[in-house]
Structures are given as C-alpha cells and as structure tokens.
Ligand binder design. Structure first.
Ligand code: FMN
Length: 380
C-alpha cells in the first residue's frame, strides 16, 4: 500500500504583490489607534518610533489607526488627523520613517459619526445618517443634512489626497465598526427616506460617492482598501453577511483594491475585538465571513480578528479563507511578532484582555499586562 503525504506549502512568509506593491509576507497590522498624536492631531516623534518598530519587526503592510477626515468625525482623543493640509508634513514624517525602516504604510481614513464623544466635538452633538440613539455613549446624534453629506464625501477625498502627498502607499476607508460609513450602510443606523437611505442601493450611495471622491483625488493607480463589517451583529436589523457581500461586490466592480473583513459596532453583542481567545478554535473569528468573501470576489481579502498563532495564520492562507492575515492587539504587545513567527515562535503573548483599549485611562495605547510585568521587575 502506498502512503500519500500531502505537503502544503507554507504561505505566511511568501511575498505578495498588492496593486504593484511588493509585500515581503502576508502579515498586515490592522488599523490601531494609539492615542499617539499630540492634542491637536499632529504626528509625534514617539508615534514615528512605534511605526518604525512595526516595520523593523517584519510587518508586511502597516495600516495606521483611523485618521479623522473632518473635525466632526474625531471619535477618540489624540487621533492622527487628516482633515487639513497642515497635517501633511507630520504625515510625511511618519511615512518617511516607515519607508526608511523598510516598511509599507497605509492611512486609514475615518469619520466617527454617532460614535464620537461630544467632548471631542467641543460639546456639539455627533452627526449621523439618522438620529438613532447610541446606547454605549448614551447620546442621540443629529441627523446630517444633504449639504453636510457632500462635505463629508469631499473630506474623504481630500484626506486621501493628503495621504498620497505625504508619501503613504495607500489609504483604507474605515467602513466598519459602526462609524459613519458603516452607519450609512446599516439599516439600524440609517433610517433615512431620501436618496441616502431606505433600500440597499441608497444605503450604499454614501460609500460609493466616498470611493469616487477618493479616486478622483488619487487616481486609478493608487492603492485604495476598505475595512468592512461582514455583519453588524445586532439582535434586530443592521448589516448581515448576504447584504455585506453584495456591497463588497459593488465595490469590487467600482475598482476597490482589497477588502478587510471585520464586524460589530459599539452596541453589538459581538464586537470587533473579542476577549477569551483561549484555543485555536476561538481564533480568526471572522474566518467564515472572510471565506464567503474570498469565494465570491476576485480582489484580495484580508481576515482580521483574534489571530494569535502561526498555525492558524497559515491555515487561513493555505485553506483559502483569505489572501492576507491581519492583527492588532498582538502587535501592541509584540511589534516584532512577525519576525518571531518567522524564527519559529508558535503563539502571540497577547492575552486578548482588552486592557489596551481603555483609552480614556491610559496615557497612550499599550499592553497593560506587559507594563505590569515590567513594573514588577519580571521583564526588562
Ligand atoms: C487599541 C485598539 C485600537 C484600535 N483602533 C482601530 C482603528 O483605529 N481602526 C480600526 O479599523 N480598527 C481598530 N481597532 C480594531 C482592530 O483593528 C481589529 O479589528 C480588532 O482588534 C481585532 O483584531 P485583533 O484580535 O488582532 O486585535 C483597534 C483595536 C484596538 C485593540
């Protein structure tokens, strides 16, 4: 009897070309807000150092934390801002630092919509497609006017222009997690009855115009990605996987370059950054949605959410769940995790406790567990 041994090619450290940009491996740093800009949204030397560490640590493609495209869209303190030309110099320093360290950098452009703390908006009410109460922040936003809608669309285009001028390799539209773009897509947060809400077509219109405004500013050759919810994970209403996939197909037809698959919003039962990732089967919790996207689209698909071990990362690629894998929390703890995986490390040290997300108490986003170990003199 003959024994057939199947050999599956290792893919995690295979190079990958994304819109002409050569990535040395398939590891993406998913957008991660660091509370690392100064109080006015300017890039700081400390932030540049953090990004250089990711580049030197072997991350194939780094996506910045969400950068607000408009002053009405700032959702957490000390975000890197992209809403004025005065930020281009600082952004250029960030892109230059990453490139000098051998990395590639994408600016995530975002607007918080109803998920903005009013104290960051000088006390003004957040804007949203509809005045639907947000239970986590306990605020009811103001419905955005038609004129303001066009202002926000232009703001996304202008932010993309600034990213390109600053030397970034591309932009990612933050279309996930219940922020403004995601709010327009979702039947839960978009209750409009005009040309911007109602059926799927009209709920997609804002994103379509945002995408067109970006392309108008940066041209067809520039890398434009999107992070999208595969589902809003709400008990009643909201985006579901079938609808999300149809939106992804529309974006593909328009010319989007890649899709990162996530899910959930502030008020969802299942949120984007989940805890209790104890076993390999808890990892990659958006893998089924990602597989659905991968099967139905021709553009590259990036899976994010709970990837902690090298084996699961490999499995995502080898078994066709995604073309690239993306991580956030593990890289807060270990910016050089890709190099460690390459050297044979099996699993990230991140405990997925989410203490790093306690933005309001922390001076900057960091791994609180690691900090405690250092404070106790158990690590250096
Ligand atoms: C501190 C922190 C900040 C984050 N900031 C952003 C952000 O600016 N934009 C975004 O799309 N996702 C953001 N996320 C979500 C992550 O990109 C990612 O989708 C999520 O954490 C799941 O991936 P993980 O299990 O590898 O952490 C953030 C997550 C954390 C922990």
């Amino acid at each position: 009897m003959r024994t057939i041994i199947y050999y599956q090619k290792k893919m995690l450290f295979e190079p990958y070309t994304l819109k002409g940009i050569r990535l040395p491996n398939r590891i993406v740093r998913s957008a991660t807000y660091e509370k690392g800009a100064d109080a006015h949204g300017f890039v700081t030397p400390g932030l540049i150092e953090r990004y250089e560490a990711l580049a030197k640590g072997g991350v194939g493609l780094i996506i910045t934390g969400g950068a607000p495209v408009h002053t009405t869209g700032v959702f957490v303190p000390q975000m890197v801002a992209a809403y004025d030309d005065k930020y281009i110099d600082g952004l250029s320093g960030l892109a230059g630092g990453v490139h000098a360290a051998g990395g590639r950098l994408v600016l995530q452009i975002a607007h918080g919509g109803r998920q903005c703390y009013p104290e960051l908006l000088n006390g003004a009410l957040p804007i949203a497609p509809s005045a639907v109460h947000e239970p986590v922040l306990n605020i009811t936003p103001r419905e955005i006017t038609e004129d303001e809608i066009w202002t926000m669309i232009r703001a996304f285009g202008d932010a993309a222009r600034r990213a390109k001028a600053a030397g970034f390799d591309g932009v990612q539209i933050h279309g996930a997690h219940g922020y403004l773009v995601s709010q327009f897509l979702s039947s839960h947060t978009n209750r409009r009855t005009d040309g911007w809400g109602g059926d799927e077509d009209r709920r997609f219109r804002f994103l379509k115009e945002v995408y067109n405004a970006i392309r108008q500013q940066v041209g067809g050759d520039y890398l434009v990605l999107i992070k999208m919810n595969s589902s809003d994970h709400l008990c009643c209403g909201g985006l579901r996987p079938d609808e999300s996939l149809r939106i992804a197909q529309r974006l593909e037809a328009l010319g989007i370059d890649a899709m990162e698959v996530s899910g959930g919003m502030y008020e969802s039962s299942l949120r984007p950054a989940r805890t209790k990732i104890l076993h390999p089967q808890d990892e990659a919790y958006f893998k089924n949605a990602s597989a659905l996207f991968k099967m139905s689209l021709n553009i590259p698909v990036i899976v994010v959410g709970g990837i902690r071990s090298r084996a699961v990362a490999e499995e995502m690629l080898q078994q066709g769940y995604a073309d690239l894998i993306s991580m956030s929390r593990p890289l807060i703890r270990e910016p050089d995790l890709p190099n460690k995986f390459k050297a044979g490390k099996d699993k990230a040290d991140c405990e997925s406790c989410n203490a790093c997300m306690n933005f309001r108490r922390l001076d900057t986003v960091k791994c609180v567990v690691l900090q405690k170990l250092k404070d106790q003199g158990r690590l250096h």
